[in-house]
Design a protein around this ligand. Structure first.
Ligand code: ZN
Length: 242
């Protein structure tokens, strides 16, 4: 088991954000894992799949990854997401599709359980409040659960029948003390009001989880979305982080 893991999630075809984050993570010299949604919304799905594949980054399957390769009914999604998924499906190469199809629904590394949605429903359920978090703690035995999907970096801690939630809008450090659910936020489409890409480093040895935020070339990523014929809202939302 590694001493540390770099954790990324929800890239959503945003190559500019992914390249920036992977560049910064090189300094850590430890494995990178991805909590799903490599594609969907952004203009560079194949390039993002190739980067994840070439760097041998272990990833779990997200709802957009599954939908883009026909494994989830499109009716699950709102109209804008649906349009973006159809666009993505048309763009994806056969190679990218088979890579996305091969993703597991969950992975375990050391004492950490990793999933895109929730342990109960790995692809689609959002762990976005203490009620769902409580269900996760009851469902799982692992001490550390890593989730993505909400695009909001946060931690839930379970301590003496109480659940505490903390947000990391400007990044920050979380000390692991008991059972927890950790979300690194989104690389390619943050939704907590901060447009900077979000990612995390999980330090098993020192029991710490660090969330970092970084600027990337949002103008270019946004322009590519507009130029590609994807819904305009997708170009504007990454500028404001919603
Ligand atoms: Zn997502």
């Amino acid at each position: 088991m590694p001493d540390r893991l770099c954790v990324i999630s929800d890239i959503h075809g945003n190559l500019e954000a992914l390249e920036k984050v992977l560049g910064l993570l090189e300094d850590y010299n430890c494995p990178v894992i991805c909590l799903g949604d490599i594609v969907g919304y952004g203009a560079n799905p194949n390039e993002c799949v190739s980067l994840i594949k070439d760097r041998q980054i272990k990833s779990v399957m997200g709802n957009h990854d599954a939908a883009a390769v026909g494994l989830i009914d499109l009716n699950w999604f709102n109209p804008i997401a649906k349009r973006a998924i159809k666009w993505t499906t048309n763009k994806l190469t056969t190679e990218s599709k088979s890579f996305l199809k091969s993703q597991k629904k969950s992975i375990k590394i050391g004492e950490a359980f990793m999933v895109h949605g929730s342990p109960m429903d790995p692809i689609t359920e959002y762990v976005s409040n203490i009620f769902v978090a409580n269900n996760c703690f009851e469902f799982l035995e692992e001490d550390i659960t890593l989730v993505g999907h909400t695009h909001v970096p946060l931690s839930f801690t379970y301590n003496r029948d109480q659940i505490k939630v903390e947000h990391y809008i400007n990044g920050g450090k979380f000390t692991i003390n008991g059972r927890c659910i950790l979300n690194p936020g989104s690389v390619g489409q943050p939704r907590d009001g901060n447009q900077m890409a979000s990612y995390a480093v999980l330090d098993f040895k020192n029991k710490e989880f660090f969330v970092y935020r970084t600027h990337y070339d949002i103008n270019l990523a946004s322009k590519k979305i507009l130029d590609s014929g994807l819904p305009e809202f997708l170009a504007s939302r990454i500028r404001i982080g919603i």
